[in-house]
Write a protein that binds this ligand. Structure first.
Ligand SMILES: [Zn+2]
Length: 317
């Protein structure tokens, strides 16, 4: 039995943000995430399980034994191991750290754990964005975006592959952590394991009355282009505690505009149940009368109306 003094704990917390338990599979089990399959890759093992963040019939979710990074291929939920502990147990960062410490810490990584993939390590610097350009007019038009909205959200374009580049930044300092690269049938986060669940896509200096939360970064840009202010994206159906805290300090009411699909609607209801009692009024984007999956799928008029008619949950039925 080890004891950690409060000072040590805080020092560890500031120095290391991704403590990994000695027995990753055992810790998953203890969090209610049963390992269904193990796949060895080099020196590490991927533990496959049903995703805890959405109604997952397959084992879409995996946790790496060495990096502790987890990721769901279906809904995009993912992050460092400590995030999984926070989300599964409803813990704050300190409690989650203690929970892992009690199980025996195998290894501590700082904010840049080695990439789980074989890709070479690369430091992310602002200069890396110089490879990209402002999105061309035809691409903007195909998505109902404007050059002004893209500039406001820092959206760029990779001309050789025709992919969108969506920067992921530190919510406090604005420092570049990486980006999401998105094409027609292409999607990746760079670097692998970038901690997107600790930040939001959007103007993090914004403060105002109503914020709008969407899943996809490009939908947030679309909302901005439509004149809706305070639009943020969570990078997926799963919205972390850290992301909700960022929203709560920036607005007085939140419009939940997660996708109109089972993962998005389940997440929306869960967020309402969890955060309404914590004093954050929330309304739901109005998807009635539309089969659109998200704001990006809607006509300009339908998108405006879905936002204007955002409703409190009890008006639904
Ligand atoms: Zn998932």
């Amino acid at each position: 039995m080890t004891t950690t003094s409060r000072t040590d704990l805080w020092e560890n917390l500031t120095a290391f943000s991704n403590p990994i338990p000695s027995d990753v599979a055992g810790a998953m089990q203890a969090l209610g995430v049963d390992v269904l399959k193990e796949v060895s890759a080099g020196d590490s093992t991927e533990y496959l399980a049903r995703c805890p963040a959405h109604a997952d019939r397959k084992a879409s979710f995996s946790v790496n034994s060495v990096t502790g990074l987890h990721h769901c291929f279906a809904c995009g939920y993912g992050g460092p191991f400590i995030q999984l502990v926070e989300d599964a147990l409803g813990y704050a960062r300190v409690e989650a750290f203690q929970w892992i410490a009690r199980r025996g810490v195998f290894r501590l990584f700082d904010d840049e754990p080695p990439a789980a993939s074989a890709e070479p390590e690369e430091r992310v610097t602002e200069a890396a964005l110089a490879l990209f350009e402002p999105p061309p007019a035809a691409a903007l038009e195909s998505r109902g975006l404007t050059a002004t909205a893209c500039a406001a959200y820092g959206v760029l374009w990779k001309p050789e592959s025709k992919h969108w580049i969506l920067p992921i930044r530190d919510p406090d300092t604005g420092e570049l952590w990486g980006w999401q690269e998105k094409g027609k049938r292409f999607f990746r986060n760079w670097p692998a394991g970038v901690f997107k669940s600790r930040t939001l896509f959007g103007d993090l200096t914004w403060r105002g009355k109503a914020a709008l939360l969407l899943e996809s970064p490009l939908d947030a840009v679309r909302a901005h282009a439509l004149g809706i202010e305070g639009a943020f994206a969570s990078f997926g159906a799963h919205v972390s505690e850290a992301q909700m805290r960022l929203l709560k300090t920036r607005c007085t009411t939140l419009v939940l505009g997660l996708d109109n699909d089972p993962a998005g609607l389940t997440s929306r209801d869960r967020l309402y149940a969890r955060w309404r009692p914590r004093g954050l009024p929330m309304r739901f984007l109005d998807y009635s009368g539309t089969a659109a999956k998200d704001l990006g799928d809607m006509s300009e008029e339908a998108a405006r109306s879905a936002y204007a008619c955002a409703h409190y949950p009890w008006r639904r039925r």
